[in-house]
Design a protein around this ligand. Sequence first.
Ligand code: GLC
Length: 661
Amino acid sequence: MIKKYTFGTPFPTESIVVPIEPSQGLPEYGEINLEDGFTFTYHMDPEDLVYGLGEANRGINKRGYVYTSNCSDNPNHLEDTVSLYGAHNFIVVSGVLTFGLYIDYPSSLTFDIGFTRTDELVIHCQETDLDLYIIEGDDAYHITRQFRKMIGRSYIPPKFAFGFGQSRWGYRTTEDFLEVARGYRDNHIPIDMIYMDIDYMEEYKDFTVNKEFTDFPAFVENMKKDGIRLIPIIDAGVKIEKGYEIYEEGVKNNYFCKKEDGSDFIAAVWPGYTHLPDVLNPEARKWFGSKYRLLTEQGIEGFWNDMNEPAIFYTPEGIQNIKNKMKAFITQEENKDDVWHIQNQVMSLANSPADLASFYHNINGSMVCHEKLHNLYGFNMTRAAGEALQSISPEKRCLLFSRSSYIGMHRYGGIWTGDNKSWWSHILLNLKMLPSLNMCGFLYTGADLGGFGADTSRDLLLRWLALGVFTPLMRNHAALGTREQECYQFEHVEDFRHIIGVRYRLLPYLYSEYMKAALTDDMFFKPLAFDFPGDSMAANVEDQLMLGGELMIAPVYTQNAKGRYVYLPEEMMFIQFLPDGEISEEILPQGHHYISVPLNVVPLFIRQDRCIPLADVAECVSQINTDHLKLIGYKGSSYLLYEDDGYTRDYDLKGNCRRVG
Ligand code: GLC
């Protein structure tokens, strides 16, 4: 049961696809105050848990902190970070009363979940134009599934996108990419994708390739023959450069975001000064999307959209402002405060709220300030691509994921969780975000394995890969200037070969569970409590997840740990993929256990009376043979396998399922 309450004149975000008739009056849950913006207050019971918020910091249970939905280009995911790249305003309060709440509001919105006052949930935003949805159901899981139906089917990638991908900021030439391909193929470490970060472009100009690629289509084709797809990045900012076709067309047709005076807004990102395509304007969105064809025509079958919060390093106005302040600073006798002040001024040049409030979108002929719909930019950049790719290739699926997002974008593409660090705590953060993202429709998702910023270590990468084995998007990515972290850079490459090999063995199962989840608006990863709602112990587990209908995962995320404690809500079979290719099986009773997990072992748990199919190791997805599947798990059980061609868009649960075992 979903009730909708409309306040003021909400911006039509298009986040939901099933229209809900507005209810009269006020919601039964919480109190609403419209005096100073919009405030929703709910008094929580000490035992209430709060799930949701998609891409957000901290726990699976969000209680005890404050989170602001305000898409932010922030590479420092610290414990006190309140905003990441996405804005996903869906929560479920689970306890004395259990209900879901979705606030469809595309500007900054704060969820104070027992932070200011431990017993209060306070949701606040400045304007009173929004839709509030209250979702009732049997429990948190049931409520989530109803919400998922309302927001529409999650994006479905091609099957190759479930393979392993290698990325690094800095690969520039054909030789750079070939070296990575050789590194993997020569060491027999499975791989399906190599990502092309900004240096593949000519001076960071979207939809161009640099001069090092003398025959790009042939290069793309040859890589494909080797079972490797190249996946280029597309940034939001279009370089300002006379003669650059995209810049010229955008200016001529008024397809870029404008300043109040009607001139094109200027923002600096990697290429220097750029204009931002006005992806909120359907005509401009269509135009920007049509440019993806420039690369699909050359054989490209996947993209990652970046810098689409949008990220702004600085603007000419911001620079002028600093220069004025610098002049005063230089001529005056400085004191300590002036030094701090000038430092802060320089630091706050990037992504400044003033800049984000200084440009406008053309919404049906009216100029609407970006600030009012900030959280929709990444969504609509990816929608531009998703809609265009659908018309460019109506038959074939295309890989697509984004950095910034809002609920609704999950229908067009996946997301990766942005610039994390090579920190042990970020393995756990990665794990905790997964079920929350699934609640909000983002099924095709994963983190930069090994960590993006800072130098990784061999053990960190191995442990992180052992989680990444299960995430639909499995990609190793690192920042420019950090330690090289391709798997073949480390000693004992056989350990990496083994761990990634396990991903390929599990792939028929993972793909099958992904497709079932997508086609039935279900979750791929769940908190334990969603499957065991009556188990108070399960409700507190923050470092294990249920996966699909059969598995529980419990990765190791602590340096030098030889294993970890796990909680089993029911009897389960503990499986270890051992480095010699053998699989150890041990039935463990319900309760707490310590499990030993060496660095080169992938652990998982199979639920009671269930089993999963396993393929032989393959070096790329197309080589996986699903005619020879072996079952592991409880004797006498069978598994319903979903299998399709992996690339056409006519998915059908009925026609594509067969029972194995
Ligand atoms: C951003 C992206 C990162 C990428 C870098 C250079 O920081 O989040 O993944 O490597 O830009 O393009």
